[in-house]
Design a protein around this ligand. Structure first.
Ligand code: SDX
Length: 434
């Protein structure tokens, strides 16, 4: 936990000048030095590429204590929500700040369920993609296209339209994700069934075929729901910051979420679950682990252990522990006794957590380390792993976007830079260039 700050201001000395800046305290976590007037006072910017020491906003949604491995959604520990709650309840909590009463939950579930279908023209929109397109490319395209279908909920100045757009995003992401999967395997799209809960509905839209009845496995559906809970929000990560920055210009929510999906796709972020499973498959067997651990520690080798390390967690990612437990539940339910990938993952974790390099750099498994094994066992191809991450994170993106839009002090995000390029010079006609 952070040492409680007691100072109310910070002083910056530039040459013989001294500048005082206010210190703001949060309810928990690090305090901040308000540098909003620094440029006006000193003519200088701060410099923090990657924002390792920069708070981009004030938020009440999610709190992470990286040193203690703590994750709170609106103050509730992720372990308790994952154990006792469901994904739609988590969506309500993240959006509105409190756990819903029974009546509020029933109303919210009803409202989401009434928006699970997509415009029928979206089916034709999908036909424009190659069948072998990466499902994340399809998601970036189709979510961005939602603003071409739902004009009646793109005016962000209208709270009613903002609410409808939020509900539409949460309700339609499972349908679009399932369509992206079905399209990639050449099977017909499956319409949502509103008598099912969100995760059961999603599994059915992915794996039901017209040729036979589909029966939802409650253990797999519960596991899917818990995986969505674990991925729902994570304070100002790269894709959430992308959504906030896109939203700060007044772009409509569908376009902002499409921007978030594009950012999440990167292997250093949400793409790590797909990359982690590829890495475990490449390692292949326990005896090959030392060679890969050696490569991960070699500065001249770009290889990194995917699913390990985190910008904020310098302790075990609390989500990874729940993910590991869910992984065992799913493999047991499916009668998968000795999954070689799980053997490699468990042994790799054991070796890495004892290795000086990983200890010194505080590198622990993150949420992406076990999710791939679980999702593969459930029948998803690796190309769908980040799509599932995006499906779950949509509520976090929407909640953070809503918080920003409703902030009266909100303004367009516009960082500055340290310029080290050419100084002013006159144009040279091509005849005189050497
Ligand atoms: C997610 O931000 C979020 O909250 C993201 C997320 C969310 O829910 O939104 O939690 C989801 O993106 C989880 C992270 C998934 N990514 C991976 O698993 C990819 C592998 N991990 C790394 O790429 C890395 O750990 C990051 C990108 C996750 C974090 O990078 P940082 O904070 O910029 O840390 P760094 O790259 O500066 O690493 C610090 C040191 C470096 O060594 P030095 O330069 O100090 O000598 O640790 C080393 C790195 O080389 N290091 C690793 C490593 N991760 C960091 N070495 C080997 N294997 C790794 N996985």
């Amino acid at each position: 936990m952070d040492a409680k700050n007691t100072a109310k201001s910070a002083a910056l000395a530039v040459g013989d000048k001294k500048f005082d800046m206010a210190i703001k305290d949060g309810t928990i976590g690090p305090s901040v030095v308000d540098i909003g007037k620094l440029y006006a006072q000193t003519g200088m910017f701060t410099y923090d590429p990657g924002f390792t020491s920069t708070a981009s906003c004030e938020s009440k949604i999610t709190y992470i204590d990286g040193d203690e491995g703590v994750l709170l959604y609106r103050g509730y520990p992720i372990e308790q929500i994952a154990e006792h709650g469901d994904f739609l309840e988590t969506c309500y909590l993240l959006l509105y700040g409190e756990l819903p009463t029974a009546a509020q939950k029933a109303d919210f579930d009803y409202r989401v369920n009434r928006h699970t279908m997509v415009h029928e023209q979206m089916h034709r929109f999908f036909q424009g993609f190659r069948r072998d397109a990466h499902p994340m490319a399809v998601m970036v395209g189709s979510v961005g296209a939602l603003s071409a279908f739902y004009h009646d909920s793109t005016d962000i100045s209208d709270p009613t339209q903002r609410m409808i757009a939020s509900i539409r995003m949460i309700a339609k992401m499972p349908t679009l994700a399932a369509m992206a999967y079905k399209y990639s395997v050449g099977q017909p799209f499956v319409y949502p069934r509103n008598e099912l809960d969100l995760s059961s509905n999603f599994l059915r839209m992915c794996f039901a075929v017209p040729a036979e009845e589909y029966k939802v496995n409650p253990v797999l559906s519960r596991a899917m729901d818990r995986i969505f809970i674990l991925h729902a929000d994570h304070e100002q990560n790269a894709s959430t910051s992308t959504v906030r920055l896109a939203g700060s210009s007044g772009a409509n929510p569908f376009a902002c979420i499409a921007a978030g999906i594009a950012c999440l796709w990167g292997p250093a972020h949400g793409g790590a679950n797909e990359a982690a499973l590829k890495m475990l498959t490449e390692i292949g067997s326990v005896d090959k682990i030392p060679e890969y651990v050696k490569r991960a520690k070699d500065k001249n080798d770009p290889f990194r252990l995917m699913g390990f390390g985190h910008r904020v967690y310098k302790n075990y990612d609390p989500r990874a522990k729940i993910m590991q437990k869910t992984c065992h539940e799913v493999l047991t339910e499916l009668g998968i006794k000795d999954d070689p990938l799980l053997d490699v993952a468990m042994e790799l974790e054991k070796i890495a957590l004892k290795d000086e390099y990983f200890i010194e750099k505080k590198l622990y498994p993150n949420i992406d380390f076990y999710s791939g094994i679980t999702l593969k066992a459930m029948g998803f191809p690796t190309t769908m792993f980040t799509v599932l991450f995006a499906l779950a994170r949509t509520v976090g993106w929407i909640a953070q976007w809503k918080e920003m839009i409703e902030d009266p002090g909100q303004k367009i995000g516009r960082p500055r830079q340290l310029y080290t390029g050419a100084t002013r010079r006159d144009y040279l006609p091509i005849s005189r260039r050497k």
